[in-house]
Design a protein around this ligand. Sequence first.
Ligand SMILES: [Zn+2]
Length: 268
Amino acid sequence: MQGSGAVAVSEDVDLGGGFVLTCAPGEEALIVATALNGTGALGFASPPEVDARLDADAFAWVSRSNAMRGLRMRSLDQVHGSLCVPAGAVEATNSADAAWTASPDDLLIIRTADCAALWLVDPQRGQMAMVHAGWRGAADGVIEHTIGALRAQGTKPADIVVAIGPHIGPCCFEVGPEVATRFAGVAGAVRPASELTVPRQRADSFSLALGVVLVRALEDEGVPGDSIHAATACTRCSRAAGGEPLLHSYRRNGKGGPLMGSVGLLQR
Ligand SMILES: [Zn+2]
Protein backbone atom coordinates (compact mmCIF):
# COMPACT_ATOMS: atom_id res chain seq x y z
CA MET A 1 0.00 0.00 0.00
CA GLN A 2 1.58 3.22 -1.16
CA GLY A 3 2.58 5.59 1.61
CA SER A 4 0.89 3.44 4.24
CA GLY A 5 1.20 4.91 7.71
CA ALA A 6 1.92 8.44 6.53
CA VAL A 7 -0.05 11.16 8.22
CA ALA A 8 -0.98 13.64 5.51
CA VAL A 9 -3.20 15.94 7.56
CA SER A 10 -3.31 16.97 11.19
CA GLU A 11 -6.74 18.57 11.35
CA ASP A 12 -10.11 18.10 9.64
CA VAL A 13 -10.31 19.37 6.07
CA ASP A 14 -13.59 20.52 4.50
CA LEU A 15 -13.79 19.11 0.95
CA GLY A 16 -17.17 20.72 0.19
CA GLY A 17 -20.58 19.11 -0.33
CA GLY A 18 -20.51 17.70 3.19
CA PHE A 19 -17.32 15.71 2.57
CA VAL A 20 -14.82 16.00 5.42
CA LEU A 21 -11.34 14.51 5.67
CA THR A 22 -11.30 13.69 9.38
CA CYS A 23 -8.32 12.89 11.51
CA ALA A 24 -9.19 12.41 15.13
CA PRO A 25 -6.12 11.99 17.37
CA GLY A 26 -5.02 8.37 17.48
CA GLU A 27 -7.37 7.33 14.66
CA GLU A 28 -6.78 6.70 11.00
CA ALA A 29 -7.74 9.56 8.69
CA LEU A 30 -10.99 9.03 6.75
CA ILE A 31 -13.10 10.95 4.26
CA VAL A 32 -16.73 10.99 5.44
CA ALA A 33 -19.78 11.84 3.33
CA THR A 34 -21.76 13.68 6.00
CA ALA A 35 -24.49 14.55 3.46
CA LEU A 36 -25.72 10.97 3.89
CA ASN A 37 -26.40 11.48 7.61
CA GLY A 38 -29.96 10.40 8.36
CA THR A 39 -30.45 8.50 5.09
CA GLY A 40 -29.78 5.03 6.53
CA ALA A 41 -26.60 4.76 4.49
CA LEU A 42 -22.96 5.51 5.24
CA GLY A 43 -20.37 6.77 2.80
CA PHE A 44 -16.60 6.90 3.22
CA ALA A 45 -13.59 7.41 1.00
CA SER A 46 -9.97 6.49 1.57
CA PRO A 47 -7.56 9.14 2.88
CA PRO A 48 -4.53 10.25 0.84
CA GLU A 49 -2.19 7.69 2.37
CA VAL A 50 -4.34 4.73 1.25
CA ASP A 51 -4.09 3.32 -2.28
CA ALA A 52 -7.29 1.32 -2.86
CA ARG A 53 -6.38 0.14 -6.38
CA LEU A 54 -5.95 -3.52 -5.38
CA ASP A 55 -8.79 -5.49 -3.77
CA ALA A 56 -6.43 -6.79 -1.06
CA ASP A 57 -5.35 -3.28 -0.04
CA ALA A 58 -8.91 -1.93 -0.19
CA PHE A 59 -10.13 -4.84 1.90
CA ALA A 60 -7.36 -4.31 4.45
CA TRP A 61 -8.36 -0.65 4.68
CA VAL A 62 -12.10 -1.26 5.18
CA SER A 63 -11.39 -4.09 7.60
CA ARG A 64 -9.74 -1.61 9.97
CA SER A 65 -13.07 0.22 10.38
CA ASN A 66 -15.73 -1.07 12.76
CA ALA A 67 -18.44 0.30 10.47
CA MET A 68 -17.22 -1.71 7.47
CA ARG A 69 -15.79 -4.89 8.98
CA GLY A 70 -17.33 -8.21 7.93
CA LEU A 71 -19.23 -6.96 4.88
CA ARG A 72 -19.05 -8.39 1.34
CA MET A 73 -16.98 -5.98 -0.72
CA ARG A 74 -18.55 -5.65 -4.18
CA SER A 75 -15.69 -4.69 -6.48
CA LEU A 76 -16.46 -3.56 -10.04
CA ASP A 77 -14.32 -3.86 -13.14
CA GLN A 78 -14.72 -0.20 -14.15
CA VAL A 79 -14.45 0.69 -17.83
CA HIS A 80 -15.76 4.29 -18.10
CA GLY A 81 -19.05 2.80 -19.32
CA SER A 82 -22.68 3.26 -18.34
CA LEU A 83 -23.85 -0.14 -17.08
CA CYS A 84 -25.45 -0.44 -13.60
CA VAL A 85 -25.74 -3.97 -12.19
CA PRO A 86 -27.15 -5.51 -8.98
CA ALA A 87 -24.40 -5.89 -6.36
CA GLY A 88 -25.00 -9.65 -6.32
CA ALA A 89 -24.17 -9.86 -10.03
CA VAL A 90 -20.88 -7.96 -9.83
CA GLU A 91 -18.69 -11.08 -9.86
CA ALA A 92 -20.48 -12.42 -12.95
CA THR A 93 -20.22 -9.13 -14.82
CA ASN A 94 -17.25 -8.44 -17.03
CA SER A 95 -17.45 -4.71 -16.65
CA ALA A 96 -19.75 -2.14 -15.07
CA ASP A 97 -19.43 1.34 -13.65
CA ALA A 98 -22.32 1.31 -11.22
CA ALA A 99 -23.97 -1.12 -8.83
CA TRP A 100 -27.02 -1.05 -6.58
CA THR A 101 -28.05 -2.97 -3.48
CA ALA A 102 -30.81 -3.27 -0.91
CA SER A 103 -28.72 -5.48 1.38
CA PRO A 104 -26.90 -4.21 4.49
CA ASP A 105 -24.43 -7.08 3.96
CA ASP A 106 -22.98 -5.42 0.87
CA LEU A 107 -20.11 -2.93 0.78
CA LEU A 108 -20.09 -1.14 -2.58
CA ILE A 109 -16.73 0.24 -3.69
CA ILE A 110 -15.78 2.61 -6.51
CA ARG A 111 -12.18 3.49 -7.46
CA THR A 112 -11.34 6.97 -8.76
CA ALA A 113 -8.51 9.39 -9.41
CA ASP A 114 -10.05 12.55 -11.00
CA CYS A 115 -13.37 10.88 -11.97
CA ALA A 116 -16.22 11.17 -9.44
CA ALA A 117 -17.70 8.52 -7.19
CA LEU A 118 -21.41 9.05 -6.48
CA TRP A 119 -23.59 7.68 -3.68
CA LEU A 120 -27.33 7.54 -4.50
CA VAL A 121 -29.52 6.63 -1.53
CA ASP A 122 -33.26 6.04 -1.34
CA PRO A 123 -34.03 6.32 2.37
CA GLN A 124 -37.69 5.40 1.80
CA ARG A 125 -37.02 1.98 0.28
CA GLY A 126 -33.63 1.23 1.86
CA GLN A 127 -31.72 1.04 -1.41
CA MET A 128 -28.52 2.58 -2.61
CA ALA A 129 -26.29 2.71 -5.66
CA MET A 130 -22.72 3.77 -6.27
CA VAL A 131 -21.42 5.13 -9.55
CA HIS A 132 -18.06 5.77 -11.20
CA ALA A 133 -18.46 8.77 -13.49
CA GLY A 134 -15.99 10.65 -15.62
CA TRP A 135 -16.91 12.53 -18.75
CA ARG A 136 -17.22 9.35 -20.84
CA GLY A 137 -19.61 7.59 -18.47
CA ALA A 138 -21.61 10.79 -18.00
CA ALA A 139 -21.89 11.30 -21.75
CA ASP A 140 -22.93 7.67 -22.23
CA GLY A 141 -25.68 7.85 -19.60
CA VAL A 142 -24.32 6.16 -16.47
CA ILE A 143 -26.45 8.47 -14.28
CA GLU A 144 -29.62 7.77 -16.28
CA HIS A 145 -28.99 4.01 -16.26
CA THR A 146 -28.34 3.96 -12.52
CA ILE A 147 -31.51 5.85 -11.68
CA GLY A 148 -33.33 3.56 -14.11
CA ALA A 149 -32.05 0.55 -12.17
CA LEU A 150 -33.26 2.04 -8.87
CA ARG A 151 -36.62 2.97 -10.41
CA ALA A 152 -37.07 -0.63 -11.53
CA GLN A 153 -36.85 -1.55 -7.83
CA GLY A 154 -39.53 0.97 -6.87
CA THR A 155 -37.43 4.05 -6.07
CA LYS A 156 -38.91 7.46 -6.86
CA PRO A 157 -36.24 9.93 -8.07
CA ALA A 158 -37.77 12.61 -5.83
CA ASP A 159 -36.74 10.52 -2.80
CA ILE A 160 -33.08 10.06 -3.80
CA VAL A 161 -30.28 11.76 -1.85
CA VAL A 162 -26.98 12.06 -3.72
CA ALA A 163 -23.41 12.74 -2.63
CA ILE A 164 -20.87 13.42 -5.39
CA GLY A 165 -17.35 12.72 -4.18
CA PRO A 166 -14.17 14.75 -4.82
CA HIS A 167 -13.24 14.91 -8.51
CA ILE A 168 -11.15 17.05 -10.86
CA GLY A 169 -12.38 20.65 -10.85
CA PRO A 170 -12.86 23.12 -13.70
CA CYS A 171 -9.56 24.64 -12.51
CA CYS A 172 -7.67 21.58 -13.81
CA PHE A 173 -9.93 19.69 -16.22
CA GLU A 174 -8.69 20.66 -19.67
CA VAL A 175 -10.62 19.03 -22.52
CA GLY A 176 -10.45 19.32 -26.27
CA PRO A 177 -13.28 20.56 -28.48
CA GLU A 178 -14.28 16.95 -29.26
CA VAL A 179 -15.18 16.49 -25.58
CA ALA A 180 -16.56 19.99 -25.03
CA THR A 181 -18.99 19.47 -27.93
CA ARG A 182 -20.58 16.51 -26.12
CA PHE A 183 -21.61 18.84 -23.27
CA ALA A 184 -22.45 21.97 -25.22
CA GLY A 185 -26.12 21.59 -24.24
CA VAL A 186 -25.41 21.41 -20.49
CA ALA A 187 -25.68 24.89 -18.98
CA GLY A 188 -22.52 25.92 -17.14
CA ALA A 189 -20.53 22.77 -17.96
CA VAL A 190 -18.16 24.01 -20.68
CA ARG A 191 -16.09 27.05 -19.73
CA PRO A 192 -13.39 29.11 -21.41
CA ALA A 193 -9.84 27.85 -21.04
CA SER A 194 -9.06 31.04 -19.13
CA GLU A 195 -10.63 29.33 -16.10
CA LEU A 196 -7.86 26.71 -16.08
CA THR A 197 -5.15 27.30 -13.49
CA VAL A 198 -2.83 24.66 -14.97
CA PRO A 199 -0.65 25.12 -18.08
CA ARG A 200 -2.65 24.22 -21.17
CA GLN A 201 -1.62 21.20 -23.23
CA ARG A 202 -3.34 22.43 -26.39
CA ALA A 203 -4.41 25.74 -27.90
CA ASP A 204 -8.01 24.80 -28.73
CA SER A 205 -9.04 23.51 -25.30
CA PHE A 206 -11.80 24.30 -22.81
CA SER A 207 -12.39 23.80 -19.09
CA LEU A 208 -15.02 21.19 -18.18
CA ALA A 209 -17.00 21.33 -14.93
CA LEU A 210 -17.64 17.61 -14.39
CA GLY A 211 -19.62 18.33 -11.22
CA VAL A 212 -22.05 20.53 -13.15
CA VAL A 213 -22.48 17.78 -15.77
CA LEU A 214 -23.36 15.26 -13.06
CA VAL A 215 -25.72 17.56 -11.16
CA ARG A 216 -27.64 18.42 -14.34
CA ALA A 217 -27.92 14.72 -15.30
CA LEU A 218 -29.36 13.94 -11.85
CA GLU A 219 -31.81 16.84 -12.02
CA ASP A 220 -32.89 15.80 -15.51
CA GLU A 221 -33.82 12.40 -14.04
CA GLY A 222 -35.96 14.02 -11.36
CA VAL A 223 -33.62 14.18 -8.36
CA PRO A 224 -34.35 17.43 -6.46
CA GLY A 225 -31.49 19.94 -6.63
CA ASP A 226 -31.44 20.41 -2.86
CA SER A 227 -30.92 16.65 -2.41
CA ILE A 228 -27.68 16.72 -4.42
CA HIS A 229 -24.44 17.42 -2.53
CA ALA A 230 -21.23 17.81 -4.53
CA ALA A 231 -17.68 18.00 -3.20
CA THR A 232 -15.81 21.07 -4.37
CA ALA A 233 -12.23 20.00 -3.61
CA CYS A 234 -10.21 19.32 -6.75
CA THR A 235 -8.41 15.98 -6.88
CA ARG A 236 -5.55 17.45 -8.86
CA CYS A 237 -4.80 20.68 -7.02
CA SER A 238 -6.33 20.65 -3.52
CA ARG A 239 -3.61 20.49 -0.89
CA ALA A 240 -3.32 20.28 2.87
CA ALA A 241 -2.03 23.25 4.87
CA GLY A 242 1.43 21.66 4.75
CA GLY A 243 1.33 21.44 0.95
CA GLU A 244 0.73 17.67 0.63
CA PRO A 245 -1.87 16.57 -1.96
CA LEU A 246 -5.17 15.67 -0.28
CA LEU A 247 -6.48 13.32 -2.96
CA HIS A 248 -5.27 10.92 -5.64
CA SER A 249 -5.21 12.35 -9.15
CA TYR A 250 -4.68 10.58 -12.46
CA ARG A 251 -3.66 13.80 -14.16
CA ARG A 252 -1.12 14.57 -11.42
CA ASN A 253 0.21 11.04 -10.79
CA GLY A 254 -0.21 9.44 -14.21
CA LYS A 255 -1.17 5.96 -15.32
CA GLY A 256 -0.91 3.22 -12.70
CA GLY A 257 -0.93 5.71 -9.81
CA PRO A 258 -2.82 5.24 -6.54
CA LEU A 259 -6.63 5.26 -6.51
CA MET A 260 -9.08 6.55 -3.95
CA GLY A 261 -11.61 3.98 -2.75
CA SER A 262 -15.14 5.24 -2.12
CA VAL A 263 -17.41 2.87 -0.24
CA GLY A 264 -21.08 2.80 0.66
CA LEU A 265 -23.18 0.60 2.91
CA LEU A 266 -26.73 0.44 4.22
CA GLN A 267 -27.05 0.50 7.99
CA ARG A 268 -28.80 -2.42 9.65
ZN1 LIG B 1 -7.80 21.89 -9.66
